[in-house]
Design a protein. Structure first.
Length: 69
C-alpha cells in the first residue's frame, strides 16, 4: 500500500469513528457502519458504508436531522 493509500485509509477510519461517535451522541447506532472492503482493496478513495438500519433507527436519524436544521 502506498503512502497516499495509507493516508486515505487512515482518513476513512477516522471518518467512521467520528460518525460512530456523532451518531452515538444522539442515541443512534448503525451496526453496519464501516469502510467498504472492496473499495479499500483497490487503492481508490475508500467508500464508507452507512449500512442498513431498522425503521426505528431511520426515524431517529430523520428526527435528529430535522432538529438540527
Amino acid at each position: 500500500m502506498t503512502l497516499a493509500a495509507e493516508e486515505r485509509m487512515r482518513a476513512a477510519e477516522e471518518a467512521v469513528e467520528q460518525l460512530r461517535a456523532g451518531f452515538a451522541g444522539f442515541g443512534v447506532t448503525l451496526p453496519s457502519l464501516r469502510i467498504d472492503p472492496l473499495s479499500a482493496a483497490n487503492g481508490a478513495l475508500p467508500l464508507i458504508e452507512l449500512g442498513r438500519c431498522n425503521l426505528d433507527t431511520a426515524m431517529r436519524i430523520a428526527a435528529v436531522l430535522e432538529e438540527t436544521r
